[in-house]
Design a protein around this ligand. Structure first.
Ligand code: F6R
Length: 602
């Protein structure tokens, strides 16, 4: 996700902001910038690229400023799209994390009133809206409160303007913390941004308007003053970067509700059973489409397997999934009526890029589904669709898998609606399940103690088998991949029906089996396979939304009811299981041996 830092006090702001940006680097970013406020105006320095390359003045006397590291979601990583953004007068500067869903309508309205925009971002509407309120005589805090009441989406904002002796900060659904220092006060998206200056922090809540001035911090909610406790952060800087978690991976597993919210934000229209994906594939092309070929590797391949099932069902189209490194042997058939979808969170995986190039050479239309705006895959594909998970630092993919599956599900609805193969009420039902994902995933995360207990019980298994049918099959593969990557244990995922065709020979009382028993996976059939392994002595852990299966299971993880999205929710239990088994064994979870986050060789 993007990072925010802001300072006001008696020290020079520039070095504090520059250090703050460096401290935020670990979150991943593609552009950075600062705004320094003086009595007469605002000086902005911002650029796409590395923080080390950001051109800043050697020194500045100003004692008030805001800074930002951007991870693109709307608009490419360019200098113009970097934050801070300013209004027409250049007198209001804003840094923003999150997504403003109704920005297009607001932008049109502002343009009609004569405002001029210089970026493609959703953020830029905010300084222009604040400009209007200030012109009507409002104070900066009141202007910000009025503006946010018109915003839809999730955001954290820091706003400055000459004439106001501080920063106005607010949030809805995105993190924001205030730091209380000796020589001044801070705002930030997270504590590491300012930890060398102060450990005294207050966490700002949704709807709060914080006035952060050199003299202190006051907070209002609905115009009334409120108290937000000041807490002392005990973590060291490195632990603070992980938000108090032991590893990035577990932090990222816990970030899934907000990552999913971002993935679906502004894209669902449940009323009309439709989605807005901003990918403008021509209508005639979609109607004549005969095949979708998904190319991907590893976890992204598993997301592709999940999606292919849905594409076939929703869009009545043949959908195949090819391991990207194998596509050179099979790709290129019927290019004119084929859409090739490259799924890659990094957008830089060499095998996937090579498959994409082969598809392109054969004449097929290509679509990239990725987390990384401006990555190579987005430059080479005909169309791009972003999963908006925010940067993932742990080598083993976790939140990006969830966001890939959610985004690809929306793509399935998009295709089905445009090919007239999916009715609006069926689409609405799917979308309401997608909307329920963040809450359901949170319920699973709240059950983590149980997963830890089960991991303690079975961590010493000789090998682990994961089984599922239908949408449970890619989840079984993904569960096994996660466990083998980070625990180094032997783990295999199988289509549940395949067990009896060979793998059953491996099953013993020392090989626990994890089964996906949810909607979309034909659980009653999988229960027969559960019986097969159980009668060979294997303990069985079920990720289940069934009502009665306790007698067959040695341990049960409850999956909340969520229709077609249940297998994805079950996957969160498997992520937690893999994490805790690996953690009990003291493995190098964030950087497993022999693996790299971005695999740029074929
Ligand atoms: C597994 C994992 C890898 C990646 C694979 C593709 O946890 O992270 O299997 O999924 O290397 O990477 P992307 O999605 O960047 O193309």
């Amino acid at each position: 996700m993007c990072g925010i830092i802001g300072y006001v006090g008696t020290d020079e702001a520039l070095p504090i902001l520059a250090d703050g940006l460096k401290n935020l680097e670990y979150r991943g970013y593609d552009s950075a910038g600062v705004a320094l406020v003086n009595r007469d105006g605002i000086e902005v320095h911002k650029q796409a690229g590395e923080i080390d390359d950001l051109v800043l003045p050697d020194s500045s006397p100003e004692t008030l400023g805001i800074g930002h590291t951007r991870w693109s979601t709307h608009g490419k990583p360019t200098d113009a799209n970097a934050h801070p953004h300013v209004d027409c007068t250049g007198d209001v500067a804003v840094v923003h994390n999150g997504i403003i869903e109704n920005y297009a309508d607001l932008k049109a309205e502002l343009r009609e009133d004569g405002h001029e925009f210089t970026s493609e971002t959703d953020t830029e509407v905010v300084p222009h809206m604040v400009e209007d309120e200030l012109a009507d005589g409002m104070s900066l805090p009141d202007a910000v409160a009025t503006v946010v009441s018109r915003l839809e989406g999730s955001f954290a904002l820091g706003v400055v303007a000459p004439g106001y002796d501080g920063i106005v900060a607010t949030r809805r659904g995105s993190p924001l913390v205030v730091g209380h220092g000796e020589s001044g006060n801070f705002i930030a998206s997270d504590v590491p941004a300012f930890i060398e200056h102060t450990r005294q922090v207050s966490y700002i809540e949704d709807g709060d308007i914080a006035h952060v001035t050199p003299a202190g911090v006051s907070v209002e909610q609905d115009g009334e003053p409120v108290d937000r406790d000041v807490e002392t952060v005990e973590w060291e800087a490195e632990a603070a970067e992980k938000g108090g978690y032991d590893h990035y991976m577990i932090k990222e597993i816990h970030e899934q509700p907000s990552a999913l919210r971002q993935a679906i934000s502004g894209r669902l229209d449940e009323l009309h059973g439709d989605v807005d994906l901003d990918i403008d594939l021509p209508a005639e092309y979609l109607q004549s489409l005969e095949e979708i070929q998904i190319v991907a590797c590893g976890t992204s391949y598993h997301a592709g397997l999940f999606a292919a099932r849905l594409f076939e069902e929703y869009a009545s189209v043949r959908a195949s999934v090819e391991i990207a490194s194998e596509y050179k042997f099979t790709g290129g058939r019927d290019p004119w009526r084929t859409l090739v979808v490259a799924v890659t969170q990094s957008g830089e995986t060499a095998d996937t890029l090579s498959a994409l190039r082969r598809a392109d050479q054969s004449g097929a239309r290509t679509l990239a589904v990725t987390n990384t705006v401006g990555s190579t895959v987005t430059r080479e594909a005909d169309h791009s669709l972003y999963i908006r998970a925010g940067p993932e630092i742990g080598v083993a993919a976790s939140k990006t898998f969830a966001s890939q599956v959610a985004t690809l599900t929306l793509l399935g609805v998009y295709l089905g609606r445009r090919r007239d193969t999916l009715g609006s009420s069926a689409a609405s039902e799917i979308l309401s399940n997608v909307r329920g994902l963040p809450g359901a995933v949170q319920q699973v995360l709240d059950d983590e103690d149980l997963v830890l207990e089960v991991a303690e019980e079975y961590a010493d298994g000789d090998a682990f088998f994961f089984i599922g049918r239908g949408l449970g099959y890619p989840v079984a593969l993904e569960g096994a991949l996660k466990l083998k990557e980070i625990s180094y244990d032997h783990a295999e995922g199988f289509a549940a029906g395949e067990l009896k065709h060979g793998p059953l020979a491996l099953v013993t009382p020392d090989t626990p089996t994890l089964a996906v028993l949810t909607d979309g996976t034909r659980p009653s059939e999988t229960l027969n396979n559960v019986k097969e392994v159980e009668s060979r002595g294997s303990p069985v852990v079920g990720c289940s939304s069934l009502e009665a299966d306790e007698d067959l299971l040695d341990a049960r993880f409850d999956v909340p009811e969520l229709g077609v999205m249940e297998p994805l929710v079950a996957n969160v239990y498997l992520q937690l299981f893999a994490y805790h088994v690996a953690n009990l064994k003291g493995r190098s979870i964030d950087k497993p041996r022999n693996l790299a986050k971005s695999v740029t060789v074929e």
